[in-house]
Every structure is written in C-alpha cells, then in structure tokens.
Design a binder for this molecule. Sequence first.
Ligand code: C2E
Ligand code: MG
Ligand code: MG
Length: 923
Amino acid sequence: MKIEGLFLASRAGRRIFWTLLIAAAGPIVLFGASAHDALSEHFAAQEQRQRVQATKYAGLALLDNLLVARTVLGILARTGEADIETRIGNRRGRVLADMAAVGLDGNVRAGSTALWQRWRHLVALDNTGAAIGDARLVVGEQGEGEAPPPVLMTLRTPESPNAVWMAEIDRAYLFGELGADATGERICVLDGGGRVLFCPIAVDLAAHRSKAPDGTFGWRTGWNLFLRSDFGVADWTLVNVGEVRERSMPGGISLARMTALGTLGSVLFVVMLSLVQVRRTMVPLERLAAGTRRLSAQDYTARVPDEAQDEFGELARSFNDMAARIGRQIEAMQVQSSIDREILNGLDIARILQQVARRLQQLIPGAQVSIVQFDREARSLARVHHPDESMRVINLARTDAVESVPSQGEALSRCDPQPRWLAQVLGGPCENVYVQWARSGGEALALLVLGVDGAPISLASIVQEIDELRDRVRVALAAADREQRLVERATRDSLTGLANRAGLLEHLDREVAHAGESVLSLLFVDLDRFKDVNDSMGHQAGDELLSIVARRLRACVPADTLVARPSGDEFVLVSGRPRDEVEALAGSILVRLATPIALHGRTLSIGASIGMARCPEHADNAADLIRRADMAMYDVKLRGGGEAAWFEDRLDARITERAMLRADLHLALQRGEFEMHYQPRVDARSGRVRSAEALLRWRHPDKGLVPPGAFIDILEEGPLIDEVGLWAIETACRQAAQWRTSGVQIGSVAVNVSTRQLHATDFPERVISILRRCDLPASALELEITESIFVGGSADAIARLHALRDAGLRLALDDFGTGYSSLSYLHKLPIHVLKVDRSFVAELGVRDSALTLARSIVALARALDLHVIAEGIETLGQANMLRALGCDELQGYLFAKPLPPEQIGACIERLADPRATEALAAH
Ligand code: C2E
Ligand code: MG
Ligand code: MG
C-alpha cells in the first residue's frame, strides 16, 4: 500500500524513529564497547590459562622424556651394555646422544671416553651427591656459537655401585616436541639457574616476565618443572613464548569484529524494531489522516482498516462510525436539498413524494414504503406513491384515514391496531406498520407509511431524518396547495367567481387544441347599458349588477358551458354544443338579461348584445375566435344592440374600414371636412318651420358624405368629440345668426351634444362664449342630450346642464324611450323639450302598444310641462297621430331631410306654403 511507504515521510514518524534509535543505539554502542573490553580481558585470561596449561603439558612431557631417559640409562647400566644405546635409540628414536660408564676411580669403563673427558669437571665421582639408584641431571656449559648447553644425566645402579653411568640426553628427543607444536605454542626451557636450555625461537625472554602485585617478578606463562626429588636439581622453568594469538570467536571471527558486528546488529535490530513500532504507530495515523482528508474532500465512503485491537483500532472504529454517520447525514441533507430544489423549481408533487419514499426505503432497507397523498378536491380519493415511481389512486377519505390511524403527535409511531386499508396502501399486510402524518394548518395532507416484517425496528436513529422528510412533504403539499389556489385566483374573477381573461384563454387554448373534429362556439356577451350604470350609480352598484348578471348567466347555461368575465361588462361563454343549441342559448341569455334588475331601489333594464363565432369555421385559434365573436357583438351594438348574431366575414372588412375612419377623423377637423346640415322641425298645428336640428356631416375625400352614425361613436372614444362638438355648436350658432340677419325665420337651432361633452367642466362657459361671439341670444340655441345622461352623466354633468339652462339655453332630451325606463327621473333634468324617439314613431300604426306608449309619453311630458317633439316622421299617418296626441313639433323626412344651410330658406318657404300642407295631406 502506498501509505506504508510514506510513514517515514511524516515528521512525527521520523521523530519517533530517531528518538527510539538514539535512545537505544547509545547504550548499545556503550555496551558493545564494554562487552568488547570484558570479553577481550576474559579471552586474555583464558589465553593465559591455556598457555600456562600448554606449558604445563609441555613440562610434563619434558618430565616424561627425562624419566624415559633415566629408565633407558638405568637399563643400560644394569645390563652393562653401553653399546646398545643405538638399538634402543633406533627403536624409540634416539634418547641418549652419548653415554659413558665411569668408575668411581675416574676410569672409563665403558662408553664414550670423550664424554667423560668433556664433562668430568661437572661430575664429582667422589661425591655424586646421589644415592644409588638416583639419577642426577647436570647441565653443561654453553657451547660455541651460542649452542645451547647439553643436558647430562648421571645414574648409579645397585648392579655396579662403583661406577657412575653418565649420558648426554639427545636434545632432539628431549625438546623436540616443544619446538614443533602444531598449536603454535613456543616453549623455552630454563634451568634453575636461569640458563636457557631450549628455546625454539630467538626471543627476548625479559618481555615475558611480569610483575606480580606483590612486586615480585615471575613468568607470565611460565611453569616450574619440579625435578629435585627425581633428579636432585633445582626446578626447571618452562616459559611459553609463542605469539599471542588473535582472540577469535567460533567461526574464526575476531572479537573486535564480533563486537562491532554485534553492536551493529543490535543497532540494526533497534532500527528494525523502531521502524516496526513507528510503522505500527504511523501507518494507522497516516490512514486516519488520509481518511480525514477524504472525508473533508467530501468522500463520505472513506473508511480505515479497524481490525487492530489496540487504541488505534478503537480510534479507527470511532472514525469509521463518524464517517458513516456524517455520510448518512450528508446523504440525508443531499436528499433533502434535492427535494427542496424540487419544491422551489417545479413542484412536481409526484416526483417529490417518490423521492421521499425512496429515501425512506434507503433508511430502512427491506421496508415497504408508501406515501398517501390526500386529494384536496376529490375528498374520497387518495394517491399512493411508491419508491419505484409508481402511483395508485385508491378510495380512501381523508377523514376515515385520520380517524382510523391514531396520530400520536407528529412523530413516527407504530400503528397498532392496523386498519385494513393500510395493507392496501402497502400492497400487502406487514407485521409492523409505522405511520407519520404530514399536516399543514391542522389539515392532514399526507401519511408516510412504513411496513416491516419480523422484529419491530428501532426508530431512534432515523426518527429525526424522517421528521425532516415529513416536513418536506408538508411544505411541498402546502406549497402545491397554495399554488393551486394562486392559479385559481389568477384565472378566476374574484367578483363573480367566473373564469377571468387568463382562465378563459387557458380553457380556450386547451379546448381549441383538443377540439379536433368537434366544433366549439364562443358567445361574446356585452351589456348594453352597463357603463352608464357604473358611471351614474357608482362602482359598487356596477359590481353588484355584474354579480347579478353572472348569476343569471350561470343559471341559464348548461354545466358543460364555460362562463367567463374577461373584462368589465363583457362575458364570454364557450360551448361545444351544436349550432342550433348555441343559438337557443343566446336567445335565452338575451331574455334573461333583458329582465329588469332591481338595484338600490331602481329598476334597471340592462340589455345585452351577443356576438357568436365558431371554431374552426370562423377561427382556428383562441385569440381569433374571441376577436371574431367580439366583432359580431360590436356589429350587433351598432345595429342598436339587444340581439345575438354570428360572425360574418364582412364584419372584418367593416372593422378595417372603421380603423381607417378612425385614422382619418383626426385630420378631418383641420382639413375642414366637417359640415353641418339642418333638418327643419315644423309646428304641429301650423305646419310652419319653427326650428331646425343641426346634424353633423363629414365630407370624406374618398367616401363622400359620411353620416354621423358611422363616426360619432369613434369621436366619442376620445377627446376629439369635445373639439368637434364645440365646432358643431359654433357652426350652428353662426348659421343661426346669419339666418337671423338674412331674415330666414327659424326660432332656434338644436345641436346634438354627447354626454361625454358634458364631462368637460368648462363646457357651459365655452358654449356661452360661442353665443356671445356669434351674437346670438341663448334662447336661439337648443342642446339635445340623450337619456344616457341619466346613467353616463354624473351629478356634475347635470349641474352643468343647470348652468346652461340658467344661461337661457333650451335643453332637449333626445331619443326618449330608447334607453332607460326612467320617466320618474325626468323631473330631475333641467330640460324644456322631450324628443320622442323615431323607433316609437316608426311603430305607430304597426303595433297597438306603440300608440299607448306614445300617448303615455306625451301625457307625462305634458304633466311635466315639457315641449314635445316627435322625430322620424315619415308618413302622414304618423304625423296625424302625433299631432292628435298633442305633440308640439314634428320632424322627419315627411317634411324635410337634413339639408345644407343654403337650402333651408327654400325649404322654409316650401313648407310655409299651405299647398305644401295639402300635398302632404294628399300624400
Ligand atoms: P338624432 O339626434 O336623433 O337625429 C335625428 C336623426 O334621425 C338624423 O340622423 C336624421 O337624419 C334622422 N331622421 C330624421 N327624420 C327621419 C325620418 O323621417 N326617418 C329616418 N329614418 N330618419 C330620420 P343622422 O343625421 O344620421 O344623425 C344620427 C344621429 O347622430 C343623431 O340622432 C344624433 O344623435 C347624432 N348626431 C348628429 N349630429 C351630431 C352632432 O353634431 N353632435 C352629436 N353629438 N351628435 C350628432
Ligand atoms: Mg338629435
Ligand atoms: Mg333623435
């Protein structure tokens, strides 16, 4: 393993190693040195002893040789055969070099006379000093050239008591063994007088002397050969002068080398031991360090070998436990943060719950895990999520589940007894089932279910994480719930509870995408007079009205029809029904919405206009479908409203044309394209022209003369109406003034005023200043306002009317009877004139009810002291009926069409002619 090689790379490892090495190597070296000394001393003493011993053996061998020599001499003496020495010598090696028998008289009896002659001065025959049978040794003098002195032996035998047998002992025999010792001993022999008898090598004997502790000198390796008893001479000394051999150990190794090797070996052993110890200490430490490094590098699988039964093993086991615990916690955190991300990202509840289920299964391997999610809407259904990403829907009401599973707080707890549905949730019965509720705001959102067979599990180690997971489930479900509500809020109109524009578009997109072969119809319902209610009665009343309309709509549409309020007073219905059913539906809506509504003490008749379009016939996408239905509705509106109509292709062209008109209108005033035409009004009785109504005309460069119906509502969309309106008043006033000066008999000129114009605070002042500019009396100007003043005009607008009336102007209520059934409110308006709308006039003689209605209107006006004008009279019958009813003035094509001002004079003249009246009567 890599780590083992590294343990000495660590500082601590090196420190321990060197400490151990120094602590052990010092004593080892010291011990080695002293052991070397002691051993060498011991070996020296042993050597000494061995050499002394060897010297001793050599001495004893020398004694043996002497004794043999005596025996040989004795035998020769006894036998008297001085000449057999050769034979003896041959047999045993030469023992005696020469011999002689000398009588006590000094005569040589046998043997070598020369011997005697040479050594007679050393042998005292008369006093041999020895008893018979005793041998004596005599050492000769040193010969020439340092030749060693000969060793002589004398013997007297009982066989020849008068003779002394003397012999020179052969040196080779006597000392031969000393000189050639195989063991390397070199032994010198000294006689009692210190003369060197034999020495195999030239040596300085003084060096072999040693001083004893008592100050006396002796031989270091000397040994005394005791000769007095046998040979009657002082002791000979044997001195071992052999070279001191180098001390060597078994195997031939020198002591120094041996101790050096021993020391080195010990040091190496210590090194080994230290290394082993360091390794045994450092390797686990290094492994722990490496493990810690891996852990800090977020490798939570890091484990270290922990088999050792020492403290390192304990540490390793603790480390592994810790790593496992951290790993588990990190894993838990990772799962939790992944769930958190999921919650923040997309709130895919199924995925979140499956993730939680998977984690629960990891925590308790072998457990059956399910998460039951209770449905917010469908209260008796529950979804069961499993770790394997599968999901089932089961029949389980939240309340039943809450009742049958005891909820011990919020903690994970064993469920006992188990309700039967738990087995269904888990996909089979389990011996032990654990449950935990996920609640939010007291409402049970989900149930975590864990099933295990066998022994109950210990929850202590997992309960915290399961709590965390439960919290995630809670947050996710609560967030999903909140989001669901937000989506609903975003797609639902808070006032009516109907789908709003977003909800409508969402529904339409979905329906259009899935429409396929089937047909989808869209009904665009616009309230005809809502804006006026809103403006006059306030927004609260408007809101109440919208709620009522929404309720009515909902009440009359089938369940599969979507009702939406995309904005203001517009309602949209989406239906997949066949064409005739859709038309019937539109009809019933019109009837329903035409029914008067009682609101704040008033009875409002709010009609509606409905435009209808079909997908794919009219449009293939939601936006176009809405737009086309809107066009159809608008067309209905232009036609007076209160109807339902399908979209037609021509509408698109008309809309385009209106858009072009809108663009041109902005320049029309500067370009002087507007002009005023005047329609005379005749006195009902005399038939003479009393007044004229000024009617706006637009002379379009391409289109020619455009009637106000085509553009007034476009002008009314913005501030242009104020400008054009004032221009109309000024032009009419100028014309009236001109007629006055030129003698054209017209009492007053009536100018139409939009309710919107009355919103301008300075309107009365501007009108009065026009009159002043034109030098026209206020009474010569009549302003026609419409019934929309009741609803569209605020109290301020009515106050402005008062100001105008106070200034002397005449005020007329135009188109009376088309809008609001508000006869009772007429007295609130400062008007002088009531103009009966031409729709009533047109029905006179057609419907009986028209005459009744006309009569009651005229009666009411009379009661209110109002001047009554009937307009739109095209037939004499109508004129007569209205005259009979008591109308004051009559206006209509019957008398004159709106005319350019220059034709008015002629017209007045024509109408003043009694023949004209006759002609009319004839007509
Ligand atoms: P209105 O004030 O009710 O004007 C009467 C309308 O009835 C005129 O239409 C006139 O030509 C038409 N008319 C008169 N007698 C008969 C008849 O016997 N049979 C039929 N079928 N129609 C008849 P016109 O000129 O197209 O004006 C339409 C509306 O435009 C006016 O209705 C008025 O509300 C508005 N208007 C006209 N001029 C102005 C103006 O200068 N300012 C404003 N604000 N509105 C104007
Ligand atoms: Mg009018
Ligand atoms: Mg009118």
